[in-house]
Design a protein around this ligand. Structure first.
Ligand code: 0PR
Length: 383
């Protein structure tokens, strides 16, 4: 209820402090199943400072718009693209919707179809519903990567695009993007790579010597990539990234906003009014951490991953779903629902809805948190 007379600032803050106690926080060490993390301190400062910037009206905030462009450009460079087109958006969902929208709009197909792995994130269901694009699901191999042969078999005259995933939501699997790219080139169909999670992991893991397939614009068939700063990029929510190889994709989704401060401007994003502060924070983190800074973050995450995977293998009653490729470890168990409930009762922030429990080694996840978790898990398994 809205009070007739407003409460004092202290009262409001005190009430919120009490009410929000039930939220889990990233620095409690209890959130192990999330793809978000505590935003980097520099990003927090920036959001506070530039909280009023609106990228929906870039004529007012010209500097913010330039910074957004540079952030997109840096994401492009990270993904081996010299000139990038795209936006810092609200998240992976919006980025994926924009890619499907661009692919649909440049095609002249009447009954558009999109081929995507069965492991794809549910954001594509939203894209399909909004855009009236039929989803054609490709089978997975035993290792949970997409079956490329099946993708090829499912291509028809109605195919407007193919999706590959670089870091699946459940298992962190990187599909065989080079093979998907070859098919995309052969058939003249654009390939979208959903690297919402993996985009801020794979380039650094590769530099650390981890053996991972190419997944980005190095591959000719790749026309767009989703890469989310608000996941492993440590940016505050909302901060997603969509990068296109060519301007024609942006042109295909641009909408004219004729009366704004900047004169006739175009918006390709779903959202109109949108936070400049978050895009500025992405720019700032890329500049501040640099390639080596992110590499250090990924190094710790990958080391925790392999250590934790070994611990799971050595624990009776649970089993690894597959060897980790990125910093995600998922494990199964016989009485999974019961184990999940008991872990949750002990305050662990995990989820187990796909037949396994997923642990994501985000930057806030430290070795001691994993040790505490394992202690609880082993106790529960002994019961
Ligand atoms: N693509 C992939 C591969 C994803 O994993 C996700 C989200 C998306 C797209 C969509 O991104 P947005 O949620 O930014 O729109 N994956 C996480 C998941 O579903 C999202 C998440 C994040 C869930 C934090 C829980 C959480 O605590 O698991």
């Amino acid at each position: 209820m809205i009070p007739k007379e407003g409460m004092s600032e202290e009262e409001v803050l005190a009430e919120l402090e009490g009410r929000l106690k039930i939220d889990l926080t990233f620095n409690s060490g209890k959130i192990l199943g999330s793809m978000c993390t505590y935003p980097h301190p520099l990003a927090q400062k920036i959001v506070q400072k530039y909280i009023d910037r609106n990228l929906g009206d870039p004529g007012l905030h010209k500097g913010s718009r330039q910074i957004e462009e540079e952030a997109v450009q840096m994401l492009g460079e990270l993904l081996h693209l010299k000139k990038a087109y795209g936006n810092i958006v609200s998240g992976g969902t919006e980025a994926n919707i924009l890619a499907v929208r661009a692919f649909r709009n440049i095609s002249d197909v009447e009954k558009p179809e999109l081929i995507l792995p069965k492991s794809a994130h549910f954001s594509f269901l939203k894209a399909s519903d909004l855009l009236r694009v039929k989803l054609v699901w490709a089978e997975l191999n035993k290792d949970y990567s997409v079956n490329v042969k099946d993708v090829e078999n499912k291509i028809t005259d109605n195919t407007i695009g193919i999706v590959g995933i670089a870091g699946t939501t459940g298992l962190g699997v990187v599909d065989d993007i080079p093979a998907l790219s070859d098919i995309a080139v052969d058939y003249g169909i654009p390939l979208h790579v959903d690297a919402a999670f993996g985009g801020f992991v794979i380039p650094f893991a590769k530099a650390l010597g981890y053996d991972l397939p190419d997944f980005d614009f190095k591959l000719k068939g790749v026309q767009s990539v989703t890469i989310d700063p608000h996941k492993m990029g440590m940016a505050p929510i909302p901060a997603g990234g969509i990068v296109f190889r060519k301007k024609k994709y942006i042109n295909a989704i641009n909408v004219l906003a004729p009366y704004l401060a900047g004169g006739k401007i175009f918006q390709a994003t779903i959202t109109g009014t949108r936070p400049g502060a978050n895009a500025i924070a992405v720019w700032a983190l890329l500049k501040h951490l640099g390639f080596e800074g992110y590499k250090r973050v990924v190094k710790e995450a990958m080391e925790n991953t392999y250590w934790f995977a070994e611990q799971i293998k050595a624990t009776k009653g649970v089993y690894l779903i597959r060897e980790p490729m990125l910093n995600i470890v998922s494990f199964g168990a016989k009485k999974l629902k019961k184990i999940e409930a008991e872990l949750k009762a002990r305050g662990w922030g995990i989820s187990a809805h796909r037949g396994y429990i997923r642990i994501v080694m985000m930057p806030h996840v430290k070795r001691e948190h994993l040790e505490n978790f394992l202690r609880d898990l082993r106790e529960i398994l002994k019961k």
